[in-house]
Design a protein around this ligand. Structure first.
Ligand SMILES: Cc1cc2nc3c(=O)[nH]c(=O)nc-3n(C[C@H](O)[C@H](O)[C@H](O)COP(=O)(O)OP(=O)(O)OC[C@H]3O[C@@H](n4cnc5c(N)ncnc54)[C@H](O)[C@@H]3O)c2cc1C
Length: 385
């Protein structure tokens, strides 16, 4: 029978980062199991690649304070490209209550040590981007170290570095069961045969609750479709622009290749494994795009290039991390609610610390434990895009 010190289920960016951090900490007998023939076919390959520290809860800010500098030094640390581009995130407020909210977040971000975030006036936004319709913009918040990464490239970089340092990756292999001896984990069943192990990490992205069920654990993680629309080449808006967020309706966009990538959270979307792109979404998003950026009326879009993927949502929009109480050896790294790429480095470090040492000083991990739901300790994140 195969054996491994740690088995990671899922070879997306989260599983890859955990493998990389375990290898860096000296844990080399790690097996990552991915059911697809190639990595990145889950949420990671569908992501917009945004990374930001402009959150409203301390724990999310702290995870970004580890992750963004990690991405900034990714290429040097790992010898593979992560594609980090510090072009910033610009939140544009259109109501006084948005400003109150941004001010409160800004205070928390500064108190936790974020250096490059600042509140900015409506006039400054107008000067930065005269192309925006700004009659209702009352101010905003900008952080220059926020920006974008290339999620696929970063995932491959994490996994390649881990493989260079002893980790094994099985592709085209599905985990079909998890065996427990009374309480503790003893074995993972796969389409390549059983693997004896005492430690299993669930990094199965939107499919996390199905994997948790194999170990007899109920996990409140639901898949929710998100659609992205890339435009054809467009040069009438600067390609040095940050991610720009219209707080009046949540529409946001960023430069991508020679065009732009448009995103909007459709409130009519319902949970489920829906990965087909809905063509009627294009009109909805272009209406919002042209409303905030009038020259976007001239944008051309090829619907065949648009795509859909799945967010992994939790009830309080925070991830669920750590060992499951009552199931020794079963670790969770799930429910990133739209932030799994930007928080993959911190998640890798936290999980590696918890697996190898049972504690971490990166965050107060009890805040992110599965038990918070049963104990009524949810920590709502409102800065979700
Ligand atoms: C449209 C869109 C835009 C997004 N934009 C951003 C963004 O700007 N910034 C950001 O930080 N995040 C963003 N996200 C979220 C981000 O992509 C995810 O949070 C992140 O990719 C999760 O990574 P993961 O490794 O946990 O999951 P995944 O990448 O889904 O990987 C999980 C893997 O587990 C495998 N698997 C599942 N079950 C089994 C099994 N039984 N056996 C073996 N393998 C299994 C799957 O095949 C999959 O490859 C976006 C998501 C979408 C859909």
């Amino acid at each position: 029978m195969h054996t491994a010190d740690v088995v990671i289920i899922g070879g997306g960016i989260v599983g890859s980062s955990i493998a990389c951090h375990l290898a860096a900490a000296g844990c080399k007998d790690v097996l990552v199991i991915e059911r697809e023939t190639a990595q990145g076919k889950g949420s990671t390959g569908k992501s917009m690649g945004g990374v930001r520290a402009q959150f409203s809860t301390p724990v999310n800010i702290q995870m970004s304070l580890y992750s963004i500098p990690f991405y900034a030094s990714f290429d040097e640390r790992l010898g593979y490209p992560g594609g980090y581009r510090p072009q910033g995130y610009l939140f544009c407020a259109t109501h006084e209550n948005h400003l109150t909210y941004l001010r409160a977040n800004h205070e928390k971000q500064i108190a936790l040590g974020l250096k490059n975030v600042r509140l900015i006036s409506a006039d400054e936004i107008r000067t930065m981007f005269p192309q925006l319709r700004s009659d209702d913009i009352v101010g905003g918040s900008f952080c220059s170290t926020d920006g974008f990464v290339d999620p696929y490239s970063a995932m491959v970089g994490f996994m390649s570095w881990a493989a260079d340092h002893g980790t094994t990756l099985w592709r085209h292999t599905q985990v079909t069961g998890i065996k427990r001896d009374g309480q503790a984990i003893t074995e993972v069943e796969t389409t390549r045969g059983p693997v004896a192990t005492r430690k299993v990490v669930n990094a199965a992205g939107p499919w996390a609750s199905e994997v948790a069920k194999m170990a007899g654990v109920d996990l409140p993680v639901e898949p929710l479709r998100r659609m992205l629309v890339p435009t054809e080449p467009f040069d009438q808006f600067p390609h040095t622009a940050p991610m720009i967020i219209d707080m009046s309706n949540g529409f946001h966009f960023r430069p991508e290749s020679l065009g732009f990538l448009l995103a909007w959270n459709d409130p009519e979307e319902t949970p489920g494994y829906k990965t087909d792109f809905e063509p009627s979404f294009i009109e909805k998003i272009l209406t919002r795009a042209a409303d905030r950026v009038p020259i976007f009326e001239n944008l051309a879009v090829n619907p065949k290039r648009a795509w859909a993927g799945l967010y992994e949502m939790t009830p309080d929009h925070h991830p669920i991390l750590g060992e499951v109480p009552g199931v020794p050896g079963f670790f969770l790294a799930n429910g990133f609610s739209g932030h799994g790429v930007m928080h993959a480095p911190a998640t890798g470090k936290i999980l590696s610390d918890l697996i190898l040492a049972g504690k971490t000083d990166l965050v107060d991990f009890s805040l992110l434990a599965l038990s918070r739901f049963a104990e009524g300790r949810m920590i709502e994140e409102t800065a979700v895009l």
